[in-house]
Design a binder for this molecule. Structure first.
Ligand code: AMP
Length: 318
């Protein structure tokens, strides 16, 4: 798109550092480095929500940040996120932030999650009534009622500076051990539910004041949708748009934050996205032989168990 980019990362060999014009490697608490970063750029965005809020709030005093720190604050804390969703009339799983033993008995089956810094099922315990609780320490936790969902879907929604808003159609997500394994387009839900999911995502994006892209993860129970999680950034389940949609989620993010008109969110191909988790990245032969498989590798140094090393978009041939 002709833009030059600067990446700020606290990890020297982070994947984004391989594809940018300039890089600043520093701790997120290093205010001199953040100031220098702000001087080098016209606008900042993020692609990971576990950045300390203080770093983004500080940066925002020196340069425009989209989405803003308020959006990040809500979406990086499971309790604030669920409180926000319920305050705008969006349904979530029932949840409790205290009296966990009592609430566990009320819920019957529940998931205890760390309220912050959790992702890919990390920091989560599935419990049933009468189970003893794990050692909780001082960090905040949330107890969520277990939702016996029919399936999981997600919608990527994009909203630009001018207020223009578009949603991609949902994809069906399949998780393995709490980690997204595959996303299927089209989602295996009714046309009515697809529209309902897109409308829901758009309304959340508007009410939270998003400028950028937002993933809205939902549980499907009959014809009801419960929102599980929000991620204010390009999302794993949106990666299928890179090869199967007119405009990828990454291009949309840039269009949204620089104030260009949004591109079409239409998918021109059906198929699915397969994540390469851990050492799956070492078995690519089958995919290289498939002319409809588009392989994306992130260049992460070590294929640790559970680490997302890349993904493959497999387009259906007609
Ligand atoms: P999360 O980190 O909240 O996205 O959770 C990871 C995965 O765990 C979800 O995609 C679901 O498959 C499952 N999960 C999380 N919360 C619940 C819940 N309240 N009820 C049932 N399954 C859940």
């Amino acid at each position: 798109m002709g833009f030059k980019t600067v990446v700020f990362s606290d990890i020297a060999d982070a994947p984004a550092t391989f594809v940018t014009n300039q890089t600043i490697i520093a701790d997120y608490s290093d205010q001199d480095a953040l100031k220098k970063f702000a001087q080098m750029i016209d606008i900042a965005t993020f692609e990971f929500e576990n950045i300390p809020l203080e770093a983004v709030s500080f940066l925002q005093q020196h340069v425009e940040v989209c989405p803003n720190a308020e959006v990040l604050k809500i979406t990086q804390h499971r309790v604030l996120e669920k409180d926000f969703l319920n305050s705008i009339g969006v349904k979530t799983a029932d949840y409790a932030t205290s009296n966990f033993a009592e609430n566990l008995n009320k819920f019957g089956k529940a998931i205890l999650k760390t309220a912050t810094m959790g992702y890919d099922g990390k920091g989560q315990f599935v419990l049933k009534a009468g189970d003893s609780l794990p050692e909780l320490g001082s960090s905040p936790w949330i107890l969520e009622k277990f939702c016996p969902f029919d399936s999981e879907i997600s919608v990527m929604v994009v909203r630009s500076k001018s207020g223009e808003i578009k949603a991609y159609e949902p994809l069906t997500n399949i998780h393995k051990n709490g980690i997204l394994d595959e996303s299927y387009y089209p989602a295996k839900v009714s046309d009515l539910l697809k529209i309902k999911a897109q409308d829901l995502a758009k309304s959340i994006a508007e009410k939270i004041g998003l400028i950028g892209v937002l993933a809205v993860e939902m549980f499907v129970i009959g014809d009801e949708l419960l929102v599980n999680e929000l991620a204010p950034r390009p999302h794993n389940s949106g990666h299928f748009s890179m090869d199967a949609a007119v405009t990828s989620q990454f291009e949309q993010l840039i269009r949204a934050i620089v104030g260009l008109p949004l591109g079409s969110t239409e998918f021109h191909s059906t198929g699915h996205m397969k994540n390469l988790i851990g050492d799956e990245v070492n078995n690519l032969e089958e995919f290289y032989k498939n002319p409809n498989a588009k392989i994306h590798l992130y260049g992460k140094v070590e294929a640790k168990a559970g680490r997302k090393m890349g993904h493959i978009n497999i387009l259906n041939s007609n």
